[in-house]
Design a protein around this ligand. Structure first.
Ligand SMILES: [Zn+2]
Length: 205
């Protein structure tokens, strides 16, 4: 698939954003648990001066449709375990994999390998219905995104998955619990703030 180089800037490997997604072990959590996936190719509209998140497009290599990146954000941006579902041709838009995810997937293959096909077909039906259900929802824009909520959800999830198992299994002090809560609160706010700065920026990239 060729793209108009004058209109779009193409983000693909070895773009630093994508390399970061591959090498940061923490992002295996986003991929495997939350089902957040990054497409192999993202197009950034060079002409527009809208916030970055509204200038992102994802091309489908199967039907050549150039989708707005917010199409998946509208569905919650998660649960894309098998890749990004194209609502036009119902194929999967290829995504990159985080290295840690790949190692974990390979190690646990004997468990999930048996269920891959039935799981994928159930997921496809789920995704198809999700797109039908959310068809008329207003597009996601930088303005109507709650970055604070995004940060707090992230912090809460990290606390539940990383600190909570420790708290339950070990004899920890209340000081430990409070420290962990504070750490994830700050991390969550930092995450939401970074996302706001990055995805909301209007400067051309
Ligand atoms: Zn398609």
């Amino acid at each position: 698939m060729d793209f108009d180089k004058n209109k779009y800037k193409v983000w693909k490997l070895p773009h630093p954003m994508l390399i970061h997604w591959i090498v940061n072990p923490g992002l295996a959590f986003n991929e495997l648990i939350l089902g957040q996936r990054i497409p192999k190719i993202t197009l950034i509209d060079k002409a527009s001066d809208a916030p970055l998140m509204e200038r992102q497009y994802v091309p489908c290599p199967h039907c050549n449709t150039i989708h707005s990146g917010s199409l998946w954000a509208k569905q919650g941006a998660f649960k894309n375990w098998f890749g990004l579902f194209c609502p036009d041709c119902e194929n999967i838009i290829p995504c990159i994999w985080n290295l840690t995810s790949l190692v974990l997937l390979a190690a646990t293959f004997p468990i999930w390998g048996w269920f891959r096909r039935p799981l994928e077909s159930r997921w496809r039906i789920y995704k198809k219905n999700q797109f039908i259900k959310n068809k008329d929802l207003a597009p996601i824009t930088a303005k109507n995104t709650s970055w604070l909520k995004m940060g707090l959800i992230y912090g809460t999830l990290m606390f539940c998955f990383i600190s909570l198992p420790n708290i339950i299994s070990a004899d920890v002090t209340s000081k430990y619990i409070i420290t962990q809560l504070l750490i994830w609160l700050v991390a969550g706010l930092a995450f939401g703030g970074t996302m706001k700065l990055f995805l909301g920026r209007r400067k051309k990239v």
